[in-house]
Design a protein around this ligand. Structure first.
Ligand SMILES: [Zn+2]
Ligand SMILES: [Zn+2]
Length: 144
């Protein structure tokens, strides 16, 4: 393994392939995969672990991809949280509406009962009045 020689891309010095920096100029001899963080030799064209290309475009894409995934995950989480909160408030609201509707129904039923009672009272009063008038008429008739 230590037989492997790596030429420094900056100064051309021969380096042990396992070194992380050039013995002569200090140039980094490794590249860390932006996608999976695996350490690769500086000469690698792509990550040996995940295949991520190490050209400029590949690096930009990897960074973008990571950021996009992160953002998407965060948005999705937020959306789920919002949906849950929305559902909870919807449920509370529909319960509230249901209670209000129940109260309204109760009030209507009460009003209906009261109106029926009033009608019955009115009927009784009318009947009594009719009877009284009838009695007076009969009394007058018999008094003659
Ligand atoms: Zn060097
Ligand atoms: Zn990788």
């Amino acid at each position: 393994m230590s037989e492997d020689i790596l030429l420094c891309p900056a100064c051309g010095a021969e380096n042990d392939a396992l070194r992380q920096a050039c013995v002569k100029c200090g140039q980094s001899l490794i590249v860390v995969c932006p996608r999976c963080n695996t350490v690769n030799a500086i000469t690698a064209e792509q990550c040996f672990a995940c295949g991520q290309p190490f050209d400029t475009l590949g690096q930009i894409m990897a960074r973008h991809e990571v950021r996009f995934t992160d953002r998407f995950t965060r948005q999705a989480t937020t959306a789920i949280e919002i949906t849950a909160a929305q559902k909870e408030s919807d449920r509370a609201r529909s319960q509230q509406l249901w209670a209000q509707e129940q109260q309204r129904q109760d009030r209507l039923a009460n009003q209906l009962l009261r109106r029926k009672a009033q009608e019955r009272q009115l009927l009784v009063i009318t009947a009594i009045a009719v009877l009284v008038v009838l009695a007076i008429v009969l009394l007058i008739a018999f008094a003659r």
